[in-house]
Design a binder for this molecule. Structure first.
Ligand code: NAP
Ligand code: F7E
Length: 338
């Protein structure tokens, strides 16, 4: 019989790739989506799998709906990817973020406890838990210090997952994933914002783009590879916590420079702080402007992950380099913007 998986947040970047991955593994895939005034299956459409998954109307805010869904779908594995996941937005909507990204996890864990505690549960934890990081690189034992309402909400979800494991013996696992990107990344996240703007500039559709703090550093990997890690965590003998990362980090500034290289532009930086701009070395045109609107009230300056546990216990390793990831994303955005 086919294994059945239920993915919350199937319309997001990771949800779409995970659905594709599980379909290829022969799973029957159910995906939770929110009823909106206009349908939002763009990513599933892009992967050509909208008709291959069964879409179920769910909302992380409604516990009764989640109980009903788990009862009807009868999944063997549940992947909780739904969240208000944009850190900047969480400062403007801290309560909504707390409800969806934090309490939503308990709504789902309760549904599993009540209906079928043998279900294997994956929680999308995050490197944002490390925030103002206390050691470098960060691993499963690094102390947490979240720096945003998003990070704090995820910390609650992280510990509830551990609590349901310890209290009710549920196979509940946390994947602490560092930033992972792809052509399906939301347009407001910094990598995609930049590759999309570079493509627009290439076609003369946009003159320049605004940016926030360019000196922050992130450990950026390729989303498709991280999906396989999520699945491997639920195939392990025991539940636990695993870091997925590349073990390398780079600044936003480097991402801008590398992305422009693919359209043969070199950036020359001028000025400092809020006055900094980036010019095209050849034409002198301004292509990048710092805009304090994109600064965050509290920033996560520097993250870099140690994925040794995932490598040793799951055999998981990242493959796509920083440069290759930028190339994949710039080329995809050029293709989309043609
Ligand atoms: P994403 O593209 O923002 O997708 C989030 C998903 O959650 C979307 O399907 C969204 O639905 C859904 N959602 C939002 N509010 C909801 C609600 N109230 N009820 C039900 N669904 C709701 O995020 P992602 O990048 O794929 O990330 C997947 C998960 O991993 C998230 O939990 C994120 O916090 C976490 N994470 C991401 C990264 C990363 O680098 N990508 C790293 C660590 C952890 P709509 O399409 O309707 O908005
Ligand atoms: O910002 C800086 C910004 O929004 C990265 C989510 O998937 O990964 C993601 O969270 C950095 C931050 O991602 C702009 O201040 C500068 O320091 O792409 P981001 P994030 O905040 O790291 C983690 C692991 C998650 O769990 C989250 O769900 O880039 N930055 N200028 C900017 N960021 C944005 N968005 N826009 C700018 O113009």
């Amino acid at each position: 019989m086919k294994k059945t998986a239920f993915i919350t947040g199937i319309t997001g970047q990771d949800g779409a790739y995970l659905a594709e991955f599980l379909l290829n593994k022969g799973y029957k895939v159910y995906g939770g989506f929110r009823r909106l005034s206009a349908q939002n299956f763009l990513r599933l459409d892009e992967l050509g799998i909208t008709n291959k998954v069964t879409l179920v109307e769910t909302d992380m805010l409604d516990a009764s709906n989640l109980v009903r869904t788990i009862k009807e779908v009868k999944p063997l594995e549940v992947y909780n990817l739904a969240a208000q996941s944009f850190v900047a937005h969480s400062f403007k909507n801290p309560i909504l973020t707390g409800n969806v990204t934090g309490l939503g996890v308990t709504n789902l864990l309760e549904a599993i406890r009540i209906i079928d505690p043998d279900i294997r549960f994956y929680q999308a934890s995050t490197s944002e838990l490390f925030g103002l990081a206390k050691e470098f690189p960060q691993n499963e034992n690094t102390p947490f210090y979240p720096r945003s309402p998003y990070g704090v909400a995820k910390l609650y979800g992280h510990w509830m997952t551990i609590n349901y494991r310890e209290s009710y013996n549920i196979f509940a696992t946390n994947g602490i994933l560092f930033n992972h990107e792809s052509p399906l990344r939301g347009i407001e996240f910094v990598t995609r914002k930049i590759t999309n703007a570079v493509a627009n500039i290439h076609f003369g559709k946009q003159e320049y783009f605004d940016i926030g703090n360019m000196d922050v550093r992130r450990d950026w990997g390729y989303a498709k590879e991280y999906i396989e890690g999520m699945w491997s965590m639920l195939q392990a003998d025991e539940p636990g916590t695993y870091v997925l990362a590349t073990g390398e980090n780079h600044s936003v500034r480097e991402w801008i420079e590398v992305s422009f290289n693919f359209i043969e532009k070199e950036i020359i930086w001028e000025g400092e702080g809020e006055k900094e701009i980036g010019r095209d070395a050849k034409s002198g045109k301004i292509l990048v402007k710092v805009n304090p609107e994109f600064f965050r009230p509290a920033e996560v300056e520097n993250l870099i992950g140690d994925y040794s546990k995932a490598k040793n216990e799951l055999g998981w390793e990242p493959k796509t380099t920083f440069n290759k990831l930028a190339e994949i994303m710039v080329k995809a955005d050029i293709e989309k913007n043609k």
